[in-house]
Design a protein around this ligand. Structure first.
Ligand code: DGP
Length: 113
């Protein structure tokens, strides 16, 4: 089912767009948790990581290629950054369209809360 992220991709509601191509779309998180906080999403509407199938391997691989490219462009790659797919309630997923958080620009603790 379409979410607010589809409306952002379709430019029906505004967002600070960072990158887009035929397979993926990246924009700044409205509630940033660090100086750089970008959401990288596939154009395909996949609700959660649990819904990924083998046919999605190319799309997911594409995200993993693009994420470090974006991190480098944002200037956070050398010092480090975090890539996170929150999945379902225990992880705090609030939007049912998979999104890779690209978070950086500050030191982070581990384990996450
Ligand atoms: P998660 O908790 O992993 O499902 O992350 C969802 C993120 O989406 C959360 O950090 C806030 C962000 N978000 C929700 N609605 C909007 C929106 O309308 N615009 C933007 N730019 N980000 C949004």
């Amino acid at each position: 089912m379409a979410t607010i992220f589809t409306k952002i991709m379709n430019k029906e509601i505004p967002a600070a767009i960072v990158y887009e191509d035929e397979h993926c779309f990246a924009f700044r998180d409205i509630n940033p948790q660090a100086p750089v906080h970008i959401l990288l999403i596939p154009r395909k509407e996949i609700p959660t990581m649990n819904d990924v199938t083998p046919e999605d391997a190319k799309i997911l691989g594409h995200l993993m290629v693009k994420a470090p490219e974006i991190a480098k462009k944002e200037g956070i790659a050398d010092k480090g950054y975090r890539l996170v797919f929150n999945t379902n309630a225990h992880a705090g997923q609030t939007v049912s369209h998979i999104h890779l958080h690209i978070i950086g620009g500050r030191s982070m603790s581990w384990p996450p809360g």
